[in-house]
Design a protein around this ligand. Structure first.
Ligand SMILES: N[C@@H](CCC(=O)N[C@@H](CS)C(=O)NCC(=O)O)C(=O)O
Length: 290
């Protein structure tokens, strides 16, 4: 392994603003807002502030699944451009002091309720609508097992593997090797489990599937970091079966488009304020009309 390095950590770490890498211009070692900016509020009971990263897609899919089941879960989805530092606006920080998407305000309660952390958003909505979370104690526990497993595991995939494979300014063998190994181990955890069960918590599709699909399902489908071949994702046959089945759900197709600003223009819906937006306001349609 070629790991020559002339770096020796100093006694005290100091912030090197020009560290490079895709998110170097917005990353900081402190929390809190950088500027005053109120968040917009639309007409619907739920206000989602997000971007179509895997964590953001969880919220879009959940809302679309709830609406598809007939729940009163209409929502406005506002774009938070994390590359531009929107997550550090004062209004956003009031909803999520951690400055990460997705963040949600529920205006059906008095006062409105803030919800941050994508797993907390899924659980909050599942409990509120009694949907996608089994009531049977064993199945509910298994759902929460896999929901929390995802929340704890995916930072090694995204912040570890994805960061060093796709975003870091240099390709470094040690971290790529370390996190590729862990990502493949996690895929194998899922693959073995899905050889015994249809969905993650049993026979029913739950918030555990939504949470895991946006990361591991999309990785298996070759949509994350252009790393499908590198990680040989097609070898995980049970994950493939599960990922494709969930991908075919109409609500998942719509949820993937919400707050999406990259990829094919027909899949990009920068903001979602009405069900008809999926037909009328995708970026290809807006570009054709302008
Ligand atoms: N554990 C959080 C993670 C959220 C997260 O990392 N969001 C990223 C996009 S996927 C973000 O907002 N990054 C902006 C930043 O780090 O400044 C969750 O699941 O909601």
């Amino acid at each position: 392994m070629s790991q020559e390095s002339d770096y020796t950590p100093p006694k005290v770490w100091t912030w090197e603003k020009e560290s490079g890498g895709k998110f170097a211009s917005t990353n900081r070692p402190v929390a809190g807002p950088t500027h005053d900016k109120e968040l917009p509020v639309g007409k619907h009971p739920f206000q989602l502030y997000s971007l179509a990263t895997p964590n953001g897609v969880k919220a879009g899919v959940m809302f679309e699944e709830l609406l598809a089941q007939g729940h009163d879960a209409e929502y406005d989805a506002w774009l938070i451009d994390i590359g531009e530092g929107d997550q550090f606006g004062s209004g956003f920080v009031e909803v999520n002091p951690n400055s990460k998407i997705p963040a949600l305000m529920d205006h059906t309660t008095t006062p409105p309720t803030r919800v941050f952390e994508s797993g907390s958003i899924l659980l909050y909505l599942a409990e509120k609508f009694d949907a996608f979370l089994p009531t049977d104690h064993a199945a509910r526990t298994e759902t929460l097992n896999w929901l929390f497993w995802q929340m704890g595991s995916a930072p090694f995939l995204g912040g570890g593997f994805g960061h060093f494979y796709a975003y870091a300014p240099q390709k470094l063998e040690y971290p790529i090797d370390r996190y590729a190994m862990e990502t493949k181990r996690q895929l194998d955890v899922l693959d073995r489990h899905l050889s015994e069960t249809h969905y993650l918590a049993g026979d029913d599709y739950t918030i555990a599937d939504i949470a895991n699909w946006t990361w591991y399902g999309q990785l298996a489908l070759g949509r994350l970091y252009d790393a499908g071949e590198f990680l040989q994702v097609q070898e995980y046959e049970n994950v493939q079966r599960w990922a494709k089945e969930i991908d075919a759900r109409p609500a998942v197709q719509r949820g993937r488009m919400v707050n999406r600003t990259f990829g094919e223009p027909e899949m990009q819906l920068h903001e979602r304020h009405d069900a008809s937006d999926f037909e009328q306001k995708t970026q290809d349609k807006l570009d054709a009309g302008s």
